[in-house]
Design a binder for this molecule. Sequence first.
Ligand code: FE2
Length: 381
Amino acid sequence: MITSVTVAEKGDVLVCANGGEHDMRFHAVWLRDNAPDANTRSPQNGQRLISITDIPDDLVIRSAELAGGKVMVRFSDRDQDIAFEPDWLSAHSYDTAPAASGFRLAPDVEAWDQRLSNAMPCADFDALHDDPAVLLDWLQGLNRHGVAKVSAGPVESGALLDVASLFGYVRETNYGKWFEVRTEVNPVNLAYTGLGLQAHTDNPYRDPVPTMQILYCLENSAEGGDSIVVDGFACARRLHEENPEDFELLSQHCAAFSYEGSKGVALHSRRPMLECTPDGELTSVRFNNRSAAAFTDIPFDKMNAYYRAYRRLGELVDDPQMQVAFKLQPGESFIVDNTRVLHARKGYSGDGTRWLQGCYPDKDGMKSKLASMISEQGAQS
Ligand code: FE2
């Protein structure tokens, strides 16, 4: 609740008092850049119509007042007031204490361990398609935990695309629009054998990596072959708790990943295993023993320490307390945020069959679908 406004610093700053709480200060250039008027933002699509160079570098606020429930601001480059909504200003205040240093995740994310076994987001295939409330709840769980299951889907080749279409679009790669995961005689990838696979994120050799993965079960009568998921954010948090220097080594130096297993394919990337924003929020995990290349971007004096940190992260990934295991039945699938949640599979024998199909939907589609559903829900209530 903004109770009064004053112009300060010779017109460089607007001070909004809000009833005894901490005053909110806004710079003239920031306000001008974010002006909501029709000359600055398209009323049709909300996109900005001006560029930074359209704002004079000697811009000041000439006057400001509270009128009609809005904050009216007159800038030196315009002869009319621009109205700001007080609620919008409060929601976008940046006059706050800097974030504390240390391990940090996005506020809508929750790290988890083995205890998620009984609480993994899961919904019925038909209900997800028919009931928006079920889809919204499932998407919120998927966004929060980075993993979710779908049950009772059709046992049909290609049905995984009907899971992807719930929220987004599939990225095609050299493995195709979707790929088969079953035993092959001369596999181009170890995923296509009966070997157990250490928990990993897929395709860290791509830039950008596939941001989500769906694995959809069509047959699973082989002995073993259970699926395992591990929260890379939870492992990274434990690493940070145990030794912040280990976290720093893996986040401040680039690892390297590569794949050249098929003719005509040579994929290489150079990125940290733990990637953070400049202000310290962990945003992605890359971990894959099969496609890690020779690391050449760690200083000589730090290589042994780097490998110790890498080993400890691997031990945390392998720790059963960090893992959720399940065996998919035909028609069931699971989806992971591949920038965060690692997946693994126990080895399986040649008796019986195991046939999964996988594909890579993009996470921006999932986030967009979720945010638009929440916004529509807010508009209705
Ligand atoms: Fe995989």
